[in-house]
Design a protein around this ligand. Structure first.
Ligand SMILES: CC(C)(COP(=O)(O)OP(=O)(O)OC[C@H]1O[C@@H](n2cnc3c(N)ncnc32)[C@H](O)[C@@H]1OP(=O)(O)O)[C@@H](O)C(=O)NCCC(=O)NCCS
Length: 349
């Protein structure tokens, strides 16, 4: 069977740099704490009103499409992964279709948080291999800076995340030694509340004994998003950091080895592992466990923070632009995050 290839790749990082010390304006934290626990030195934030998750996705997509030698009119399917969409609904896919003046093609939004790009890539891979579509645009984009709790209460989360976008164009490859070898997707909803944003939502405290949303005297029609939720700061993401860390360091190596074993390959065959940029300490732990050399693992969380669905395509774009991967190189992409969901993709560049 012919394989799916990344025919073009692009990224967009907003201009505004926010250092760890800049965050001291809002919360009680320190450059030392952030660097020691996460490796992050700075992140970029989108312009408050001129840039959205979709507009950043458009910037990255335009580069990917041009590098694939195509125009937006050649794209025949859009897959957009994000956890920070412009609208609650409709999704960013249709906003990108409109902004890029594309044909009336299908637009699918993926809500798989940190592993969103890999889920999107896997879906696109299947559509290409079956011949359903020829040129698929896959985008991962996030504008976290709009929805974080910048008080000391939210510091365990807000120092970690940054904004940005990455995109790829998928096509059938004509070369033997090129393309996506396999993708591997997993989930375990047992820990859904460990890294989550509950409100606004329709859960009505159904899933937990702990009260996740306060409605006070709210009547039907006022419960989706109540004044009490805002007053009690229930409209921000929540994370049990140590619990995420513990699971991530098990599932990352597992899903990377699953991809290698499926293709009868070994860690020594890898030119590069590009892990989702969750936390430098997690990546270092995974590197150690898999006995990979420094030059076999790429990290850029120091500059961008964790950009969730955008982190893998941004990192892949950077390594390609820097000439660190060449035709035929074996690359493993892997991610773990909220859900929990985790995934990997093994490809020959
Ligand atoms: C979030 C994370 C960096 C926190 O590091 P940790 O060593 O586990 O720290 P803890 O959450 O146990 O908190 C330790 C202390 O630091 C404090 N702290 C939390 N955030 C802080 C911050 N930004 N600045 C300063 N202190 C902070 C806590 O309040 C706590 O203080 P206490 O001991 O007085 O109660 C770490 O758990 C982690 O990286 N987890 C994985 C998260 C992740 O990857 N998320 C993305 C998933 S894709």
């Amino acid at each position: 069977m012919q394989k799916t290839n990344i025919a073009g790749i692009g990224m967009y990082i907003p201009e505004h740099v926010v250092t760890n010390n800049d965050l001291l304006k809002y919360m009680d934290t320190s450059d030392e704490w952030i660097q020691e626990r996460t490796g992050i030195q700075q992140r970029h934030y989108a312009h408050r009103t001129d840039e959205t998750t979709t507009t950043m996705g458009v910037e990255a997509a335009a580069i990917a499409i041009e590098r694939a030698g195509l125009t937006p009119q050649d794209i025949d399917f859009i897959i957009f992964a994000t956890l920070s969409p412009d609208y609650y609904f409709p999704g960013c896919g249709v906003l990108l279709q409109r902004a890029m003046k594309m044909k009336e093609i299908g637009a699918l939004d993926v809500r798989n948080q940190c592993s969103g790009f890999l889920y999107a890539l896997s879906v696109g891979d299947q559509f290409i291999k079956t011949g359903m579509y020829k040129n698929i645009l896959v985008v991962g984009s996030e504008k976290h800076s709009f929805g974080l709790d910048f008080s000391t209460r939210g510091r365990n989360i807000s120092v970690i995340f940054g904004d940005g976008a990455g995109a790829v164009v998928l096509q059938l490859t004509t070369k033997d030694n090129q393309g996506i070898l396999s993708t591997h997707l997993h989930s375990d909803g047992e820990s859904a509340e460990i890294l989550a944003m509950f409100n606004p939502g329709t859960h009505a405290n159904h899933w937990t004994t702990e009260k996740l949303a306060d409605f006070d005297e709210a009547e039907i029609g006022q419960m989706f998003f109540s004044h009490a939720m805002v007053d009690k700061a229930q409209v921000f993401p929540n994370m049990d950091g140590p619990a995420v860390f513990k699971k991530a360091v098990v599932k990352f190596p597992e899903v990377i080895m699953e991809a290698l074993q499926k293709n009868n390959l070994q860690t020594s065959d890898l030119r590069l592992l590009i892990p989702h940029q969750a936390n430098l300490r997690i990546a270092q732990f995974v590197q150690q466990k898999l006995k990979l050399r420094d030059d076999q693992v790429y990290n850029n969380i120091q500059k961008y923070g964790n950009t969730t669905a955008a982190s893998v395509p941004i990192a892949l774009c950077e390594v390609w632009e820097a000439g660190k991967i060449k035709d035929g190189d074996l690359v493993c992409l892997a991610a773990f995050g909220s859900g929990f969901t985790w995934a990997s993709a093994l490809l020959k560049w």
